[in-house]
Design a protein around this ligand. Structure first.
Ligand SMILES: CC(C)(COP(=O)(O)OP(=O)(O)OC[C@H]1O[C@@H](n2cnc3c(N)ncnc32)[C@H](O)[C@@H]1OP(=O)(O)O)[C@@H](O)C(=O)NCCC(=O)NCCS
Length: 145
């Protein structure tokens, strides 16, 4: 596996993987493009030995805080440590920019993501009621970097 910063030329492949991982709530390629051009955007991708993007994550850093926008790994590559490595790389990039806290939102029903975040030191600070379009709450987590 190769881990490297996300480039503009990755965005169509990232958007395709996003579709596989998030279905209805996915970001479009246009949403990635518009975020990519913002100051403070940091993205990381993971490529297999055929050069295919099989995981990605991105954050937005503003002053001393960062928000995790998305993180996803292709279904056939899950549970092999890619998500952890991508998240750690995003955290390292955020720290290098002077970020002190990283925030994220997650569905309580998303067991895999909740376990990943917990094992990387994120903890709950609040719950946003009926945050998602289907009415599910969002857990708001933070990690002190
Ligand atoms: C969440 C996600 C990114 C995790 O990626 P991953 O590469 O499978 O994660 P890792 O292999 O690094 O797993 C790290 C830890 O998370 C937990 N975990 C991951 N998947 C899990 C699962 N299906 N069940 C239980 N725990 C799980 C485990 O504690 C795991 O450590 P372990 O394998 O040593 O026990 C991946 O499941 C995914 O893409 N999901 C769909 C998109 C998504 O929901 N993104 C998050 C939105 S908030």
């Amino acid at each position: 596996m190769i881990y490297r910063p996300m480039q503009k030329t990755d965005l169509s492949a990232v958007a395709r993987l996003e579709e596989v991982c998030f279905q209805a709530e996915r970001w479009s390629e246009e949403m990635f493009l518009s975020s990519f051009s913002q100051t403070g955007f940091v993205g990381e991708v993971c490529q297999n030995d055929r050069g295919e993007i099989v995981g990605y994550g991105c954050i937005s850093c503003v002053f001393d805080t960062a928000d995790l926008y998305n993180i996803a790994v292709a279904p056939e590559y899950r549970r092999t440590g890619l998500g952890t490595s991508i998240l750690r790389r995003l955290i390292a990039s955020a720290k290098a920019r002077g970020v002190e806290k990283m925030f994220l939102e997650v569905r309580p029903s998303n067991t895999s993501a909740n376990r990943l975040y917990q094992s990387e030191g994120f903890f709950e600070i609040s719950v946003r009621k009926k945050y998602y379009p289907d009415g599910e709450d969002a857990r708001i987590l933070v990690k002190e970097l």
